[in-house]
Design a protein around this ligand. Structure first.
Ligand code: URA
Length: 238
């Protein structure tokens, strides 16, 4: 359901204000009945909307955006516990969903799109899309444990695949992990299995997309080049 003026604007009739002028002038009909109320709400999937007798439709526009997710937001579209969701941070003009998830307390790169086919492929284990995490630990990590992380850790859903680990901080409390798979809470669980606690977790990169130049809570549309790169990393029919 959405307001008629918003629907007209999304169909390309101009701003919401301009759409209101069409409504007030009696040019807009919903299911054959002229509507002049600005508060009219429509069912965009079933109602037939005409402007000056011509049916109009929502464009099949595919939208791709990258959000630098801040801490404290859940990734799901609706949260039963009414917690803040990432959907509050992005435009609500498109029905976007996230490609994979980040925990409530994880920050960083989150791709949102309405391109279901590409989203499905990017999440599919077959394509092994790289995800790079900057991980801060409660205590210094040992070389032996770094080697274990890289070669595979037994978790309750099976052994993790080979991954890359680099030490960033001189104190051995910050590391960069590059995972080629994406299981639930994977970074936290891998480190927990070795006796560490993750005190801060940031996904700095998802596939080719980095959060450089985006402050927490900020988002941007992908460039055409980035969309093409994602499609070549996870090729498919659409
Ligand atoms: N690994 C985690 O533990 N949490 C995330 O949000 C992402 C990867």
């Amino acid at each position: 359901m959405m307001r008629l003026n918003k629907y007209l604007a999304l169909c390309g009739l101009g701003s919401r204000r301009k759409s209101e002028v069409y409504i007030q002038s009696g040019s807009v009909a919903v299911n054959g009945n002229v509507v002049q109320s600005l508060s009219q709400v429509i069912d965009e999937t079933n109602d037939i909307v005409t402007v000056k007798g011509q049916p109009i439709h929502l464009p099949d526009k595919l939208v791709y955006l990258l959000l630098n997710k801040p801490k404290g937001y859940v990734t799901s579209a609706h949260d039963e516990l009414r917690r803040k969701t990432v959907m509050h941070l992005i435009p609500d003009d498109y029905r976007l969903f996230s490609v994979g998830r980040l925990d409530k307390d994880t920050k960083g790169a989150l791709l949102l799109t309405n391109d279901g086919a590409l989203a499905f492929r990017l999440m599919h284990p077959r394509f092994q899309i790289d995800k790079i995490y900057h991980v801060t630990l409660n205590m210094p990590i040992t070389i032996k444990h770094i080697q274990k992380l890289m070669s595979g850790i037994m978790l309750d859903d099976g052994i993790t695949h080979q991954c890359d680990v680099k030490v960033i901080g001189k104190d051995y409390r910050t590391i960069e992990m590059t995972l080629h798979e994406g299981r639930k809470r994977q970074v936290r669980r891998m480190l927990q299995a070795l006796g560490y606690q993750v005190t801060d977790l940031v996904r700095t990169q998802f596939a080719v997309l980095t959060i450089n130049n985006l402050k927490p809570g900020e988002w941007r549309f992908l460039t055409n080049q980035e969309i093409a790169q994602l499609k070549s990393l996870a090729p498919g029919k659409t």
